[in-house]
Design a protein around this ligand. Structure first.
Ligand SMILES: Nc1ncnc2c1ncn2[C@@H]1O[C@H](COP(=O)(O)OP(=O)(O)OP(=O)(O)O)[C@@H](O)[C@H]1O
Ligand SMILES: [Mg+2]
Length: 318
């Protein structure tokens, strides 16, 4: 797989970064894995990869710690931005062109005190929007991807208010699809409250490609849920890849990064076998390239949708 073939052009909109929120009110549906995979791919793409900022808005901090392998500050910087309008402090160069605002337990405190803060005139969304905008201007980010946790509604509402686009990953079980439906309601609520957020699409995650009848049925259910939103599920689905999933989390590598690692591991195994040494096993997945190709296609489809959403705006701007 060659991520350098991606054309990620036109990633800034009127000089401003796009903010994409990845959310579902159900846990374990691939939010964090997807955030890390697409952010790393877009940052690494092309001769001049785009500047990408991952905002880990989840107290669990999975995308920070597990997926990208960054220790972070436990979410302290982001929590202080939400609560007091303090400047955001990114962890820089987590990957080439990729910075991270770390998540962690401090965010749970911000979420829990949201109501009291609102009663005292503190607007977490306005604080985040202002600081994100300042940071994007000074750092030149082209894209911001926000990861969110499954449970904290005040935090989720804050991110829905700040983001330009919403991407919803889901598994095909009824509980996950229920999470999509609940989130769709919060999405419409945010729009009513004045957010300009658009629904970028729903992504089916951990899919068995052979279960075609089941997959058709799930696509039909999701289409029904999205009726009136002007969007459809992404054509690409993310295949079930449990061995690669273990590797990604233990090695802190994204799907795209795992491909190069698998290649190196194959070469070192062959070299050891030739030298009559017994090969050691660092990875469980023998070929993660199919999974990485799914994410690569997802990135293409995301960019295609962003272009379609923004075409009329760019025409108007001239
Ligand atoms: N392609 C895949 N196939 C199967 N399992 C996967 C795949 N990719 C990742 N996983 C695993 O699925 C689980 C859930 O993924 P992830 O943590 O990204 O979901 P999440 O929606 O962010 O969860 P949470 O709501 O807890 O934040 C993890 O254990 C992850 O390692
Ligand atoms: Mg997560």
């Amino acid at each position: 797989m060659r991520t350098d073939r991606l054309t990620v052009t036109g990633m800034t909109m009127n000089g401003q970064a796009r903010v994409v929120l990845v959310a579902n009110q159900k846990g374990g549906v691939g939010k964090s894995t997807t955030v890390a995979a697409i952010a790393e791919m877009i940052a690494a793409a092309g001769k001049r990869g785009r500047r990408v900022l991952v905002v880990d808005g989840d107290p669990q901090a999975n995308v920070t710690v597990e997926d990208l392998g960054v220790e972070g500050d436990g979410g302290q910087s982001l929590a202080q931005t939400l609560q007091f309008g303090a400047p955001l402090t990114p962890v820089r160069d987590v990957r080439p062109n990729l910075d991270v605002i770390a998540g962690g337990p401090h965010l749970a405190v911000a979420g829990a005190t949201a109501q009291v803060m609102a009663e005292n005139g503190i607007d977490m969304a306005a604080n985040l929007e202002a600081q994100l905008s300042l940071l994007c201007d000074s750092e030149g980010y082209d894209l911001v991807v926000i990861d969110s946790g499954p449970g904290d509604v005040p935090l989720l509402d804050t991110y829905l208010s700040v983001a330009n686009y919403l991407l919803i990953p889901t598994r095909d079980d009824q509980a996950s699809l229920g999470g999509v439906a609940r989130l769709a309601r919060r999405f419409w609520h945010a729009r009513k409250q004045g957010s300009s957020i658009q629904l970028l699409g729903v992504l089916l995650f951990d899919v068995n490609p052979r279960a075609t009848k089941r997959n058709e049925d799930v696509f039909a259910q999701v289409n029904e849920m999205l009726a009136g939103s002007g969007t459809t599920p992404f054509d690409i689905t993310i295949r079930s890849a449990p061995a690669a999933a273990v590797d990604m989390r233990t090695l802190h590598k994204t799907a795209g990064e795992l491909v190069a690692l698998a290649h190196d591991e194959r070469r070192s195994r062959i070299a050891k076998l030739r030298g009559k040494e017994s090969p050691t096993r660092a990875m469980w997945s023998s070929d993660p390239s199919g999974l990485a190709a799914d994410y690569q296609e997802l990135v293409r489809q995301i960019i295609g949708r962003l272009r379609r959403f923004e075409a009329p705006m760019q025409e108007r701007v001239g």
